[in-house]
Design a protein around this ligand. Structure first.
Ligand code: AMP
Length: 281
């Protein structure tokens, strides 16, 4: 059965108020559409954890630091509806620009510290855009739980922080990264890769896995970093923006996995920016 598509906030509010007054729990899965198995794994987790599930689809202009990237972002609403049909979600919330940012909209949510590094350092304004739209979606949906992918590990930390800092009564649930068989992390941006570039893309994850294994065996981080970057560039990537070992909780840089650690990377392949991260040890 296909889920009702809801475009206005008042309709969403009416639905959610009804559910909550009957004591039902509500889960929300925020997305920008172009749905793949990664998104659908979040929907599945929400279905298992909550009585009612809302998936939101909004390509948020505020989180694109590059207008061309926003224009090129895949838009596949009909396909998305078809993919969601088997899950029996209770609402697909698809607000338009003016619903999210009406004329005169002047508020910016900015999470300090965590957003100065990694993607935040390379995409000015990106995490303010994320934090602003996610705050709105939390408050609009009044959900009890929100589901996010570890694929965007820094984003997961940022939204967890903002919910805590602003006392938004929502539990942020992180879900594992879903990958293609060749290891490439699923991403809506993979649709933008040419067939040739798609064959090179898994080298990013392969190089990261190799580096993580060698770090666990006590390898020197500078040597391993140089080796991994060389491997990624040899595969056809034009630039490795970052490839860092970071503490899972604070994202501070580490030189060895002496505490729970993650390897995080962003790299450009044929004009497409890919990100990935994996646990180390
Ligand atoms: P996006 O549509 O790219 O904004 O992503 C919406 C949500 O899906 C975010 O919480 C992402 O972290 C999550 N997500 C995207 N790709 C994956 C993946 N491969 N595995 C798990 N979650 C993902």
């Amino acid at each position: 059965m296909s889920a009702p598509i809801i475009r206005s906030l008042s309709e969403l509010r009416t639905l959610v108020t009804g559910w909550k007054s009957s004591g039902e729990t509500v889960g929300v899965v925020p997305t920008m559409g172009a749905l793949h198995q990664g998104h659908l794994s979040l929907v599945q987790a929400a279905k298992e954890g909550c009585d009612r599930v809302i998936i939101t689809i909004f390509i948020n202009p505020k989180q694109f630091n590059n207008p061309e990237d926003y224009e090129n972002y895949p838009r596949t609403e009909n396909d998305d509806a078809r993919k969601l049909a088997p899950f029996g979600v209770d609402a697909v919330y698809v607000p338009d620009g003016p619903t999210m940012y009406p004329e005169g909209f002047a508020t910016n949510v900015s999470v300090g510290g965590l957003t100065d590094l990694l993607c935040g350092a390379h995409r000015p304004g990106h995490f303010d855009g994320v934090a602003t739209v996610v705050s709105k979606l939390f408050l609009q949906s009044q959900a009890n739980r929100a589901y996010f992918g570890e694929k965007d590990f820094q984003q997961l930390q940022v939204v967890t922080r903002l919910a805590r800092d602003l006392d938004i009564p929502i539990e942020v649930v992180g879900c594992p990264t879903i990958r293609e068989e060749d290891g490439l992390a699923m991403s809506s941006r993979n649709l933008l890769l040419s067939d040739r570039a798609r064959t090179w893309a898994p080298e990013l994850n392969a190089a990261m896995e190799e580096m993580a294994d060698e770090l666990v065996m006590g390898g020197n981080i500078a040597d391993l970093h140089a080796k991994a970057v060389a491997r990624i560039e040899r595969a056809g990537f034009t630039e490795v923006e970052y490839l860092d070992l970071r503490a899972c909780d604070t994202l501070e840089e580490l030189t060895a996995p002496t505490r729970p650690a993650r390897l995080l990377a962003a790299a450009w392949l044929a004009g497409v920016r890919l990100i990935d991260n994996i646990a180390v040890g």
